[in-house]
Design a protein around this ligand. Structure first.
Ligand SMILES: Cc1cc2nc3c(=O)[nH]c(=O)nc-3n(C[C@H](O)[C@H](O)[C@H](O)COP(=O)(O)OP(=O)(O)OC[C@H]3O[C@@H](n4cnc5c(N)ncnc54)[C@H](O)[C@@H]3O)c2cc1C
Length: 197
């Protein structure tokens, strides 16, 4: 237990609020489209959005574990793996309550109070993007068994656990940030960007 830990009961709501009150309030425009449509056209980067195509001098690829879907066709190799994790929400029985996150380091699970209920989060696994998701579904079940106290005071309020993916760089887990190899600010030529360095 970390006495001074900070925890959000609804991170999605925070993200949406930031989008409205910060990004859009400052003039940011949100468009939907498939980032894999990124290509060079008329000397610019172009991506197809539902509202039409958008051209830009520079592009930031921030697709988490899906970043390689866009980078690899451009010839940019990033040593990116995928780490998967699971969580499931529970309703407390009777007057049981959880007022703060706790982590069981021995068995590798966390319990966190969320708007959806008490979230049981299990450890991570390394798995390819296309590996069957049910292969890992035993993890939450195993963790729930380990969290013996949980079944005594809580019951699942969802039929199955949620599975999430996050990017993981091979070998050292360090983030990959910065300009693509060969790209120059404001005028990266397609050949330079595509060949990498
Ligand atoms: C199980 C799990 C638990 C986690 N717990 C925590 C935690 O407690 N605290 C914490 O700080 N972090 C946690 N993380 C990590 C956190 O989720 C990530 O670090 C964070 O979401 C990364 O943000 P991102 O914007 O880089 O990528 P992401 O949040 O992965 O966003 C990438 C986006 O790209 C979109 N996308 C993919 N392909 C395309 C395409 N072709 N076209 C358009 N859009 C596309 C996806 O839909 C997604 O919205 C957890 C991750 C997992 C998987």
């Amino acid at each position: 237990m970390w006495p001074d830990v900070a925890s959000l009961s609804n991170p999605l709501a925070v993200t949406r609020r930031l989008r409205q009150r910060a990004f859009q309030a400052l003039g940011g425009i949100l468009l939907n489209g498939d980032a894999r449509s990124l290509h060079r056209a008329d000397g610019h980067w172009r991506v197809d959005a539902d509202e039409g195509h958008v051209d830009s001098e520079n592009v930031v690829v921030a697709l988490g574990p899906w970043s390689t879907d866009v980078l690899e066709p451009l010839g940019i190799k990033v040593p990116l793996g995928i780490k998967r994790g699971y969580h499931r929400h529970y309703h407390a029985k009777g007057n049981a309550a959880l007022s703060r996150p706790i982590i069981d380091t021995e068995y590798g699970y966390a319990l966190t109070p969320m708007e959806q209920g008490i979230r049981l989060t299990t450890g991570a696994e390394f798995a390819g993007a296309r590996r069957r998701t049910d292969a890992g579904a035993v993890r939450p079940a195993a963790a729930a068994t380990r969290a013996r106290a949980v079944s005594a005071w809580a019951r699942p309020n969802e039929p199955k656990p949620w599975l999430g993916r996050r990017a993981e760089t091979c070998r050292n887990s360090l983030p990959v940030l910065g300009r693509a190899p060969g790209a120059r600010r404001g005028c990266g030529s397609p050949s330079a960007t595509a060949t990498g360095g």
